[in-house]
Ligand binder design. Sequence first.
Ligand code: PGA
Length: 255
Amino acid sequence: MDYGFTVIGNWKMHKTAREAVAFLETLIPQGKGSLVNICIAVPYTSIAVAAAAAKNSSIVIGAENMQEEGGGAFTGEVSGVMLREAGASFVLLGHSERRNLFGETEAQIEKKLQRALVCDLTPILCIGESLEEREAEETEKTLRKQLDSALRNLPPEMCGKIFIAYEPLWAIGTGLCADAETAQRAHAWIRKCLERYFGKEAALIPILYGGSVKPENAAQLALQQDINGLLVGGASLDASSFLSIINQVSGKKKI
Ligand code: PGA
C-alpha cells in the first residue's frame, strides 16, 4: 500500500463471495485511473475471490480481523499467513466492534499488530473514544492509552508500515459524523503521540478518519491537514456511494 490519500471500505458481516465479485465488477472500471488508494476490507470468505477479481486493478483487498497466534489449536480462527496467501494485503485491527462485542483486549491487539507485520500484512490500527469519554473530556487520554498499548514495543523502523484509523465510537454507524474540525483536532493529537514514539517519521504514518463517512461529508474531512484517508462502513456497501466518496476526495494532497 502506498501513501496517497486512502479510502478503505469496511464491509463488516455483509456480502457473500458472489456479491463481492459483483460489487468489484462495477467498482473496477469506474474507479480506474483514480488517484486515491482504494481498499476494501472484506469478510474472510470473500478474500480469495475478491483478490482474484481485483488482481489486474489498483484496488487492494484486506481482512477485517486476524488471530494473533501464528497457528495451532484455535478452532474457528484465521491466521495472518492464511490471510496473506488468500490475497489480503492489509488487516483492520482493534475495530471497536471487535473490542466491544468480542472482548478484544489491548494486549491481544498489540500481539495482532506485531503478527500482521511478520506476515507482511499492513495493520490498520483502529482507535477511538466513547461518548462518555468525550463528555468527560478524556478523549486525548483514551487515544493515548490505546496507542501506547499497541505501539510501545514497535521497533521505530517498522513505523512506516502501519496505518492508524481514528473512529470515535459515537460516530460509527450512527449517522453522526465528527465535524471536520473535531476530527482534525483528534488527528493532530494522534500525530503528536506518534511523534513521541517515532520522531519525525510519524509524519509518514497515514491517519484515517472513520465514523459515518458519506459522500456529503467526505470532501470536508479530506481537506484537513492530518486526515490522510477515510474508513467507510455503511456507505461502502453500495458501489455508487463508495465511488462518490472516492470522487469527492480525488486530488487530495499526498503526504
Ligand atoms: P460507518 O462505519 O461508516 O458505518 O459509521 C465505520 C466503521 O465501523 O469502520
